[in-house]
Write a protein that binds this ligand. Sequence first.
Ligand code: NAI
Length: 259
Amino acid sequence: MNEDRSLAGAIALVTGAASGIGLATAQALARSGAIVWLVDRDEERLAAAVASCEGGAQPVAWHLDVTSETGWSALFAAIDERHGRLDILVNNAGLAHFQPLAQTSLADWRTSLAVNGDSVFLGTRTMLPLLARHPARAERSTSAIINVSSVRAMIGGANFASYCAAKGAVRMFTKAVALECAALGERIRVNSVHPGFIDTPLARAALDPEALARRVSAIPLQRGGTAEEVAAAILFLASEASSYMTGAELVVDGGTLAG
Ligand code: NAI
């Protein structure tokens, strides 16, 4: 049991919380005392995810396709009614299209940009008014948005064109919104996290076993990361320990980008 209760009382929302990095993040936020809204389109796994969160504050399951503008508006209304504010937004939901460009249809491209990109735009724009209402408490002077991008926002990858394009958009969107919030005097910090290869259902589905083995052997630390290791970086950006960070990118990749 994690004894760090530094986020006690904070209201947090995590998208893609039914699996992988989002699930580990929701669990870590809950252990730190936050009231977590777990958001996903997979209702069945969402119920199990909520049940797995320990920490005292009652977590909430919310079924949403993160590409739906009206869906986001309904979620805004529910959080506004229940809490009147939001302290932490983690835009994590995503999917990876691993396919040659010649076989990528316009529909595939649009799905990749919608799930990985539109979702971050919609989540951020919709929730900004609630994030701006965080209480001026000594223990929490800012609210935080953390967008889960990828190392694929910095380096390309064969057969990953639509994914690279979408994650690159998330990286620069993060910086632009960070500056906009700062210029408006909003105490909302906006940062991005860039995982390398993390052993989750998404990563396993995107690569065949041979490609997977090649990928792992090329990582300087000689292993894939865990969802919990990415969650730890997200927790840092969500907490006051990172109070002077905004518009920054935090890479969690076992050394992949260092070479
Ligand atoms: P995952 O597949 O384990 O979890 C993704 C979750 O997002 C699932 O629960 C899924 O139901 C949900 N989701 C997908 N589309 C949705 C939609 N339209 N509406 C609502 N929920 C939706 O994947 P993982 O690996 O945990 O990925 C999380 C994030 O991390 C993604 O943005 C991914 O691109 C990013 N990432 C993952 C890496 C990896 O190696 N696993 C590397 C770099 C980035």
